[in-house]
Design a protein. Structure first.
Length: 185
């Protein structure tokens, strides 16, 4: 049975370079690993304990939780919005952190990567995402990083998968995330 890695993308834009980076991760997954890009983060309402009750969890949030429970590891792909993590990704982390003490991250390995327009490739947002998902129960692999600056120009004519340097770095990230699944326990 392959190691299942769930990719959550912090941008809702169809042509997002971070979405394309996640698509590339699907393609470069090593043998024995399967990366699935979760669709529908934009459909999930903001986390609210009043609606997070048995029998009342919104369908979109329940679908995210089911996908997360069925996965072995997480790949968070984040742009940087105003120096921090996008709301849609933070919201997904919040939903997956509950129920308290039994959230879907549950010690599973997590890697956070991304690309942005700026010169640092979204480092601040990625650091915030690592902090948040670690508090939410994920086993963040701190030394597993990929921050690609200048996304608008670098990927204007090229998909990340077709950028040899990025594809090689991404292959390493996914392979190392895959290799950490057994070490999570």
């Amino acid at each position: 049975m392959p190691v299942r890695i769930l990719a959550l993308v912090g941008s809702l834009r169809a042509g997002s370079t971070n979405r394309r980076l996640a698509e590339a991760a699907v393609k470069v997954a090593p043998e024995g690993a399967e990366v699935t890009l979760f669709e529908g983060l934009g459909d999930i309402p903001f986390y609210n304990e009043d609606i997070d009750v048995e029998g009342g969890v919104p369908a979109a949030a329940a679908r995210l939780r089911e996908a997360a429970q069925a996965t072995d590891a997480f790949l968070l792909v984040s742009p940087e919005y105003n120096g921090t993590i996008p709301a849609v990704l933070k919201n997904a982390i919040d939903w997956l952190s509950r129920p308290y003490g039994a959230g879907a991250f549950g010690g599973k390995p997590v890697a956070v990567i991304g690309t942005s327009l700026g010169q640092y490739g979204g480092l601040w947002a990625q650091d915030e995402a690592r902090k948040s998902v670690g508090i939410a129960g994920g086993k963040v692999i701190e030394d597993l990083k990929l921050s690609i600056p200048g996304s608008a120009s670098r990927f204007a004519e090229t998909h990340p998968y077709d950028d040899a340097e990025v594809a090689a770095q991404l292959t390493d990230v996914v392979a190392r995330l895959h290799g950490n699944v057994g070490a999570a326990a």
